[in-house]
Design a protein around this ligand. Structure first.
Ligand code: HEM
Length: 440
């Protein structure tokens, strides 16, 4: 058996850097931070100097993140918040929900035996065989999106122009796809986008409603609570109409689904819609924008993938690893155990850090390089184990189809200004990406 080590505790500066959403807006310094932590203290205790967060263990090595993800009985999702949340945030969630540490009850915040039952309801719908049925619709959306991109910006058709790729493509396209599968009419999409940004981008000054930086936790949480309530109201109405007029979409499936012979209760139903609506687009959007950033900086690689479409699945996979939009999830240890020789107690809270794991040099050569030909590329951006991303085939499909269209229609892309990342500890990625594009 491995000898256990004395628990390493982060310095106050490192603890702040890990907890502060602003650290996640600057990518290379963030990767530098995780590189140092992974090399020196792969399991590191983070204690907020002002006690605003419960202490937790930051896990940064690929192998340890994989082990925790796959051991769902040993590392639970439900009892503690599944996303890094302040004490004030957790207290508010418990007050709002009557005891749950998460505002939204969804697949990611549940454990067996309820979790696998809920997941089975839609698992087949998200498999490639079923998704093939909607491929033509997704292709249509991809073409419309790229049409809009080449028509955007100053200058006539065929001329080189400067566009914000996030605004024109990477934000709206995955949103359209996910709204289509949820049966949400196009007219309601802006509201859904706004709500998702409130929930996931609530820490970012450009993305939250008030536009105020450094919001106090109570105010931040009020924004998120408001977004959740708005989502719940909206999807309650949607479920009602899907019961009256069921279609083939996933919303109809859920509205009419039974769990142990009973219809889903309203909170679980709303949670299911919310996780699909929210998890399904900001993530794919971040990976799509990241791939374009990488290709715009590397014209030789752009030309290579444009000429050799067998590299398409590689671009998609590498985009997802390189960006790792879901930056972490949290787990609670069910037992006393050790990770990398560090003793962990039953009840301890752990951050499995996918960004750090996906840049672990023990697994990925030259991890900061974007390499569409990287092989193998067994990244952890979709997680692993029982909670592994339900939408991973959909995410890959929609990105592959979009890149097919982009590579057909663009002759070249170049950076045209500063690409800015969101300040967010949870789902991160670019919020603006100015590009100079030349249509083919
Ligand atoms: C590049 C895009 C995406 C990334 C990086 C991503 C990442 C993740 C991650 C890391 C998890 C947690 C895995 C774990 O705990 O082991 C997850 C769960 C989930 N994702 Fe995704 N996701 C993406 C796209 C999507 C899409 C398109 C959908 C559906 C529309 C989706 C729906 C879900 C759901 C429902 C879960 C919860 C699964 C469960 O707890 O059983 N995701 N995703």
């Amino acid at each position: 058996m491995m000898a256990t080590l004395a628990a390493p505790v982060a310095s106050p500066e490192v603890a702040i850097a890990v907890i502060d959403p602003k650290s996640y807006a600057a990518w290379d310094p963030l990767l530098d931070l995780f590189d140092t932590i992974r090399a020196e203290t792969p399991v590191l205790r983070i204690e907020a100097g002002d006690d605003s967060f419960e202490p937790f263990w930051l896990v940064t090595r690929y192998d340890d993140v994989m082990r925790i993800s796959k051991d769902n009985a040993g590392f639970l999702n439900a009892p503690r918040p599944t996303v890094l949340t302040s004490r004030a945030g957790e207290a508010l969630a418990r007050a709002v929900t009557g005891g749950s540490p998460n505002l939204v009850s969804s697949l990611v915040s549940l454990d067996a035996p309820i979790h696998p039952k809920l997941r089975r309801l839609t698992q087949d719908w998200f498999m490639p065989k079923n998704l093939a049925k909607i491929e033509a619709e997704i292709r249509e959306l991809a073409h419309q999106t790229v049409d809009r991109l080449v028509a955007a910006g100053e200058g006539g058709p065929g001329e080189t122009k400067v566009v914000d790729f996030v605004k024109e493509v990477s934000a709206p396209y995955p949103l359209h796809v996910v709204m289509q599968i949820l049966g949400v009419p196009e007219a309601d999409e802006p509201r859904m986008l706004f709500l998702t940004q409130q929930m996931f981008g609530g820490q970012d000054e450009d993305l939250n409603k008030s536009g105020v930086a450094n919001l106090p936790p109570e105010q931040l949480l009020q924004i998120v609570v408001g977004a959740v309530q708005d989502f719940e109201r909206y999807f309650d109405g949607l479920a009602q109409s899907k019961r009256e007029h069921p279609t083939e979409d996933v919303a109809s499936l859920l509205a009419n689904a039974a769990l142990d012979g009973e219809p889903l209760n309203p909170r679980d139903l709303a949670g299911y819609y919310i996780i699909l609506a929210a998890a399904g687009h900001d993530t794919t959007s971040a990976s799509t924008a990241g791939a374009m950033l990488a290709l715009s900086r590397d014209s030789a690689q752009f030309a290579r993938v444009k000429a050799d479409r067998s590299l398409l699945p590689g671009i998609v996979e590498e985009a997802i690893r390189w960006t790792t939009p879901v930056q972490h999830f949290m787990r609670m240890s069910a037992h006393d155990t050790e990770i990398a020789g560090v003793p962990i107690k039953a009840g301890d809270w752990l951050m499995i850090n996918y960004v750090a794991a996906n840049h672990d040099p023990a697994v990925f050569d030259d991890p900061r390089r974007f390499d569409a030909a990287r092989s193998p590329n067994r990244h952890l951006a979709f997680g692993a184990g029982a909670h592994q991303c339900l939408g991973l085939h959909l995410a890959r499909l929609e990105m592959r189809i979009l890149f097919e269209a982009l590579l057909d229609r663009l002759e070249s892309v170049e950076p045209a200004g500063e690409a800015k990342r969101a300040s967010s500890t949870f789902v991160g990625g670019l919020k603006t990406l100015p590009l100079r594009i030349t249509p083919a």
